[in-house]
Design a protein around this ligand. Structure first.
Ligand code: SAM
Length: 179
């Protein structure tokens, strides 16, 4: 948002779901990816972002052109044991594992912290053990970590915010646009 942002976008858009969420990553190593993730988090309405064991290079987060790190609190924990979440906040791991829940079938907790894995590797066993749920995006192989985060945040907003129902057929879509 800046001085050129129209009022409708400033005041009423996008619809806000109830609850809150945070998003973070374990052992993230690239500033570009962390910057992208923070920018999307800010845009989708996250309350805070976090990293666990991020490299110094990643934390520079120079790629974040919305300066998301200045608008949202960011916690940087050194190790999994240091992670502290607000009471009642569910930790949701995002990982492509066999026993994960498919994202389209997942009910997002109203209070949730989503955590992604590193560019090379996966969420650690220690972190997986702390997760209340593990969710996977239906892709044939791993996608970029910031992209995966954006898809999960989009799915949360899409399912928890109050949008008008999608038309169930082409005919209904046509009726709606012509009325
Ligand atoms: C690029 S992937 C990690 C590399 C991957 N483990 C590999 O075998 O090359 C980085 C992170 O993005 C997230 N991710 C990517 N694709 C995903 C998917 N389809 N479902 C869930 N998480 C995914 C996970 O958090 C993962 O740890």
């Amino acid at each position: 948002m800046n001085e050129r942002t129209p009022n409708w976008l400033r005041e009423t858009w996008p619809p806000k779901p109830r609850g809150y969420f945070a998003i973070g990553a374990e052992r993230i190593s690239k500033a570009l990816n962390l910057g992208n993730l923070m920018r999307s988090a800010h845009a989708f309405g996250a309350s805070f972002t976090f990293t666990i064991g991020a490299t110094y290079q990643a934390l520079e987060a120079r790629a974040d052109t919305s300066k998301g790190q200045w608008h949202l609190p960011h916690y940087n924990w050194a190790k999994v044991e240091d992670l502290v979440l607000p009471e009642g906040c569910k930790l949701v791991g995002i990982e492509l594992t066999e026993d994960a829940i498919d994202l389209p079938s997942f009910y997002h907790p109203l209070r949730a912290a989503y955590v992604l894995g590193p560019e090379r590797g996966s969420l650690s066993e220690a972190l997986l053990a702390r997760c209340d749920h593990v969710v996977r995006i239906p892709t044939a192989f791993c996608i970029n970590v910031a992209m995966a985060g954006a898809i999960v945040m989009y799915d949360r907003v899409k399912t928890l915010a109050r949008f008008p129902e999608r038309p169930v057929s082409a005919a209904e879509a046509l009726r709606k646009t012509s009325s």
